[in-house]
Design a protein around this ligand. Sequence first.
Ligand SMILES: [Zn+2]
Ligand SMILES: [Zn+2]
Length: 324
Amino acid sequence: MKRIADGVWQLEIPMRYNPLGYTYSYLLVDDATLIDTGVGTGEARSALKDQLTKAGLKTSDLKRVILTHLHRDHVGLVDHIKTVSDARIYAHEKAVEILREREARDKSRYEEMREEMKRLGGAGLLKLLSRFELAFRRRPAPIPIDETLSDGDLLKLESSRLRVIWTPGHAPEHICLYDMEHRHLFSGDHVLPQITSHVSAHTYEKVDPLGDYLNSLEKLRGLPVDLVLPAHEHEFKNLEGRVEALIRHHERRCREIKEALRRRKCTVFEVSSKISWDSRPWPLMPFWIKRMAAAETLAHLIYLRNRGEVEEELRNGVLYYSLK
Ligand SMILES: [Zn+2]
Ligand SMILES: [Zn+2]
């Protein structure tokens, strides 16, 4: 754990099977408030307990947990914290909608995934998907949200003031929290110092996540910030520079995708196999990473389609994209 400023601690909550290694939860000691919780494992639970103790608190003392978004590595200990304390759980109002939709959809999640793989041109990988059928049929536990937040809200806690900035893109319900007094930005997974946030689209959702993400980056421009406190990697100073670099990254990726479509129309999997990936070359990617990469490619194709730069066509249940 690391002391960031008076009363502000960065807690390291381990996640063993994720290459990122940790989720950082941030503890505002005087407000007995935690921003994000980390994953829901026994190891994470002890790590939280030990680090709270070092900061002079018990888990049962917590009054609030503010969630930047609903991904598992951010909400895993909510149930545990609710069980042992009177903490109230805060999240963006969109989170409630997402949870409701998830509840209504869950039964067909595996079928939906199968359908989506075919649509993206990945029918050849369906056998690999079937290995994970059980995991997909398991329902994720609901997350009890007590207080909803809206863009621009000012959260007046006992000793801090946090401005809520709604930053959809990485997740539709994602928020950053801005502490004006310390000039800190708790950026969740929206802006990370080295890796680009995963921005993915699904064929069963009528949304433009990359368009949202880029707008959400623009929203942070000009914000007086001395230190960015992300949920992974490490804290950093130059928010403006990082925002600029991320926007350039997605512009480059869009150009690369259009280049891949120059000769002929392609499925999403075909486009994904033709562009460069930071992690490893396409043929060496395990099935899961390929699926995530295809979902990122789809987010870019939807973005380009909505801006009139590529054309989308559904033929025999498979999506094809071509240059306009
Ligand atoms: Zn996330
Ligand atoms: Zn995360």
